[in-house]
Design a protein around this ligand. Structure first.
Ligand code: BG6
Length: 459
């Protein structure tokens, strides 16, 4: 039993490109699906300026170094490297991330780079996006370019952010609904793209390590009714294990296969897939966690919706399989997400028990409407409370034998939420802008910044 985290524990902080960088058409960048996506709410900030991390990265990294992080998880915008998804490299884009990497290394912060975070190049989307097999080839070439360009300095890589949530919450994340057959052909292509990344990373990066980065949340049955337990079994497989069984075991999860069959979904494989699925494997699992999910077996035909539609709230429903259920044992945040620190420990234990790979948490955090006070402070005690409870459960998981090697919460700095704008903030560093006023994006340290600094220092 230890009361402190191991000395070499990887304390970090995370962001993605499109939610922070802005400069959406600067220095040769092409448009991604995040730049073009239809929006149902025009009151919230888009990603054109975001928090202008593209121009502020040096100051941001200096602040993060002051906070004491050992690793920084960020994503590369595919469209800065290949404005059209493939073809001619945009040297300015390649140089930009090279400078970011050097800046991090200057402070002894290890980069953990996500290859793609929800921002497929629009040019590839125009050719069918992830439904088109050619996107797998384009991704492979893009990944090879990054491994070759940065592999001398970057050893740790993450593949494609939350393919599970991107497909399940398509409307909120991509601005459109993907028909079921297409969705699971995309699943296969995303997973094969990931396999190519595992393979090419190991081939091109000396000592390179790479892992998948899904959002993993244990699914609870609403009651001990056997039907509710079936509902949880199916949603656990469709939401969680389908992705990790593919990545870590190279196979389709059996319950997920039944779900596909019952929906008459047939996935097309390329001839080389079977072998690569089995041989290209990850070194660790990166996992994003915000809360757990609870489901019941849907019984009525009319009763479809529950709560607000979101990637973490109860509004999930697939007739014949599962329906979201409000877990009354849990409190909720202001954005309707439940809070379940013990659920994090259980999720970690379940995941480790299944795959026996080192785990790093690459997202965990609290979205809230922070207030900048007159004396330029941000008293986010609610965030400290959330993070303290979740890190306590990380320690409990380590004590229970889980090989948890790091914790990199969401988010390093305030950023634009996937579909709720900047009013929903996650950062340790406050960025002064609102949804309708970009202002100068001045940075301020929140109370949670100092709290995390002490946690990192004292373990
Ligand atoms: C994860 C995503 O699903 O959740 C992030 O990887 C996202 O990109 C985070 O920001 C929080 O979700 P939201 O909707 O509050 O931005």
């Amino acid at each position: 039993m230890t009361e402190r985290f191991p000395k070499d524990f990887l304390w970090g902080a995370s962001i993605s490109a499109h939610q922070t960088e802005g400069a959406y058409a600067t220095d040769g960048k092409g448009l991604s699906v995040q730049d073009t996506r239809p929006r149902d709410n025009h009151e919230i900030a888009d990603f054109t300026v975001a928090v202008d991390h593209y121009h502020h990265y040096k100051g941001d990294i200096a602040l993060l170094a002051e906070m004491g992080i050992k690793i920084f998880r960020f994503s590369i915008a595919w469209t800065r490297i290949f404005p059209n998804g493939r073809g001619t490299i945009n040297q300015q884009g390649l140089d930009h991330y090279s400078d970011v990497i050097d800046e991090l290394l200057k402070y002894d912060i290890q980069p953990y780079i996500t290859l793609s975070h929800f921002d497929l190049p629009q040019a590839l989307e125009d050719e069918g996006g992830w439904t088109n097999r050619e996107t797998v080839t384009a991704f492979k070439e893009y990944a090879e370019t990054l491994f070759t360009a940065y592999g001398d300095r970057v050893t740790h890589w993450l593949t494609i952010n939350e393919p599970n949530i991107m497909l399940l919450v398509d409307r909120k994340i991509l601005g459109k609904e993907i028909p079921l057959q297409e969705k699971y052909q995309q699943f296969h292509h995303l997973m094969m793209a990931e396999k190519h990344a595992f393979d090419r990373c190991h081939a091109l990066v000396p000592g390179g390590k790479i892992g998948p980065v899904p959002n993993i949340s244990l699914v609870y049955p609403a009651t001990s009714k056997p039907e509710d337990n079936q509902a949880a079994l199916y949603f656990n497989s469709v939401r969680n294990w389908a992705y990790l069984d593919f990545a870590c075991f190279g196979r389709y999860n059996a319950v997920f296969k039944d779900y596909l069959q019952q929906n008459q979904i047939a996935v097309t494989f390329a001839p080389e897939d079977e072998v690569l699925m089995k041989t290209a494997l990850p070194d660790f699992v990166a996992m994003n966690f915000y809360t757990t999910v609870t489901v019941e077996q849907p019984t009525t035909t009319g009763d479809m919706k529950n709560g607000i539609s979101d990637q973490q709230s109860e509004d999930i429903m697939e007739r014949g399989f599962y329906k979201g259920f409000t877990n009354t044992y849990l409190k909720k945040n202001a954005f309707n997400w439940t809070i379940d620190p013990l659920g994090l420990k259980t999720t970690l234990q379940t995941l480790y028990d299944r795959y026996h790979l080192p785990i790093i948490i690459t997202e965990n955090g609290l979205g809230a409407e922070d207030q900048l006070t007159g004396d330029e402070k941000i008293h986010d005690d609610y965030r400290i409370d959330y993070l303290a409870q979740h890190t306590a459960q990380c320690l409990a998981a380590i004590n229970a034998g889980v090989e948890l090697i790091g914790y990199s919460p969401w988010s390093a700095i305030d950023l634009i939420s996937v579909h709720e704008g900047i009013k929903k903030r996650y950062g340790f560093i406050y960025v002064d802008r609102t949804d309708d006023d970009e202002k100068a994006q001045k940075r301020y340290r929140k109370d949670s910044f100092y709290w995390y600094q002490t946690l990192i220092k004292e373990g």
